[in-house]
Design a protein around this ligand. Structure first.
Ligand code: NAD
Length: 303
């Protein structure tokens, strides 16, 4: 059976490192801080905002919340970004997407100061990543790498297959792996539609899955002894032994969070695997704090 990579434990380790580094910065009069920028009231974004606030509190970072009504114009949002760019309490800005339709993501992101772009959305930071010289690396992709590095996974020459090619996870994690001299293959929906997913995934020493499709990766798609990193977050109905939905006390179907990997069967075949929840997500939160800390050092000329 696979080693279950404990994301919560890795997150705790990183948190301790952040606290130690933050104490050193405080001696120089520097406190890192994160500002979230939400336009409208998207439920998922509000949940994430709450989590960021809690995480900032837990390490003593400044937290600044900017929440604007859905009807705010793009120009007004950019004005707020400029205020945050100039605010010394803020070392990193986190735009919470999706924005309302009349606001262009790229217009907002391109106005974020490159050294405050803690989720690495700015084209200049994505460019540095592609060149192998990242200063601020994107959080979820970095979390995947960090989890593997902390359990001693070797990248050089390894066959890494990424499933998912989004700008947020798939592409940047492929670049991070390539920068570590792995042999990287990126698969996506069109790979599946062409009937070629299995051909690639079964050759993977390391399989990183970020598709947003529960149960996509079954045991027959995984090589014996592979390391499997499951980025997916999906809400699914809890089923009983007969496959019927289990109801809660209100008579509504009970739901649970799962990844993209059929965990129970794949763990029997893999060498190591991350669970969902308790895997990549837990570490992603810490990578955001770590980036805010790095950004604070960059802004103080210490990095
Ligand atoms: P996205 O929808 O932008 O991209 C999904 C990718 O998966 C696309 O490249 C698509 O081509 C591919 N895909 C979809 N169905 C596929 C299939 N059947 N076969 C092969 N490829 C397929 O999603 P995203 O923002 O990259 O997020 C992916 C998943 O990761 C989601 O479940 C999301 O919730 C989760 N996520 C987790 C974290 C975290 O911190 N743990 C962070 C971001 C996203």
């Amino acid at each position: 059976m696979a080693e279950i990579i404990d994301g919560n434990a890795v997150a705790e380790e990183i948190k301790e490192e952040i606290l130690a580094e933050k104490a050193r910065l405080e001696e120089k009069g520097i406190t890192p801080g994160i500002a979230t920028l939400l336009v409208g009231d998207d439920f998922g974004s509000k949940m994430y905002r709450g989590q960021v606030e809690k995480n900032c509190e837990s390490v003593g970072f400044n937290y600044i919340e900017k929440t604007l009504p859905a009807e705010t114009t793009e120009e007004q949002v950019i004005e707020v970004v400029k205020e945050l760019n100039a605010d010394p309490r803020v070392s990193g800005i986190l735009p919470l997407r999706p924005f309302p339709e009349h606001i262009s993501d790229s217009a907002v992101i391109q106005n974020i100061r490159e050294d405050k772009d803690i989720d690495c959305f700015h084209p200049a930071n994505m460019g540095r990543l592609a060149l192998g010289e990242p200063t601020l690396a994107p959080c979820t992709p970095s979390a995947c790498i960090e989890l593997m590095e902390r359990v001693g996974v070797e990248f050089e020459g390894a066959e890494i297959v990424v499933t998912g090619h989004s700008n947020i996870v798939g592409k940047p994690v492929a670049l991070l792996a390539l920068n570590r001299n792995a042999t990287v293959t990126v698969t996506h929906i069109f790979t599946s539609q062409a009937g070629n997913l299995e051909k690639h995934t079964t050759g993977a020493d390391i399989l990183i899955v970020a598709a947003g499709k529960a149960g996509l990766i079954t045991a027959d798609l995984v090589k014996e002894g592979a390391v499997v990193i499951d980025v997916g977050i999906n809400r699914v109905k809890v089923l009983d032994d007969e496959g019927n939905p289990v109801l809660n006390e209100k008579g509504k179907p009970k739901t649970k969070t799962v990844g993209d990997v059929a965990f129970d069967e794949v763990k029997e075949k893999a060498k190591a695997i991350t669970p969902v929840p308790g895997g990549v997500g837990a570490v992603t939160n810490m990578m955001l704090l770590k980036n805010a800390l790095t950004a604070a050092k960059m802004q103080a000329g210490l990095e």
